[in-house]
Design a binder for this molecule. Structure first.
Ligand code: THU
Length: 140
């Protein structure tokens, strides 16, 4: 079992949701028209946002979650405590498998909060969404 990441400070999820919504407004999604925003919280309390960036060569699309992770890693972050993902679906969308694996690299038990446009909010953890990520760490 992966170690827990502790409770989130009050107000941080709201702050992350606002950042994710701001990034979502910049989503580049000419192919799908499906806009996604994400925000991640580093272990030292910094926040980073990302949006999906599509491409004419569809397979090159970058999801919002991975864009947020890359923004954090680019300034030296190596441990994440939480991710918030927003879409314009009524019910919160779940992160794709590729993003779960990439998030797990930096916080296998991080808090995950998923928001749609309706009232329901999904609050879970990455080890529930991806119980057994690929890792080198368990190798002898
Ligand atoms: N997308 C994300 O940004 N995150 C996910 O977890 C799944 C899907 C994006 C990729 C693409 O631009 C659009 O949503 C439709 O698949």
């Amino acid at each position: 079992m992966v170690s827990r990441v502790g409770e989130l400070a009050s107000g941080v999820v709201e702050q992350m949701a606002a950042m994710a919504r701001a990034a979502q407004a910049h989503a580049y999604a000419p192919a799908s028209r499906f806009r996604v925003g994400a925000a991640v919280l580093s272990d030292d309390g910094r926040l980073f946002a990302g949006c999906n960036v599509e491409n004419a060569s569809y397979g090159l699309t970058i999801c919002a979650e991975r864009a947020a992770v890359c923004a954090a890693v680019a300034v030296g972050v190596r441990a994440l405590r939480a991710v918030v993902v927003v879409t314009d679906l009524l019910d919160p969308a779940r992160p794709c498998g590729a993003c779960r694996q990439v998030l797990a690299e930096f916080g296998p038990a991080m808090h995950v909060v998923l928001l749609g446009t309706g009232n329901s909010q999904v609050a879970t953890s990455l080890d529930r969404l991806l119980p057994e990520p690929f890792t080198f760490h368990s190798l002898p």
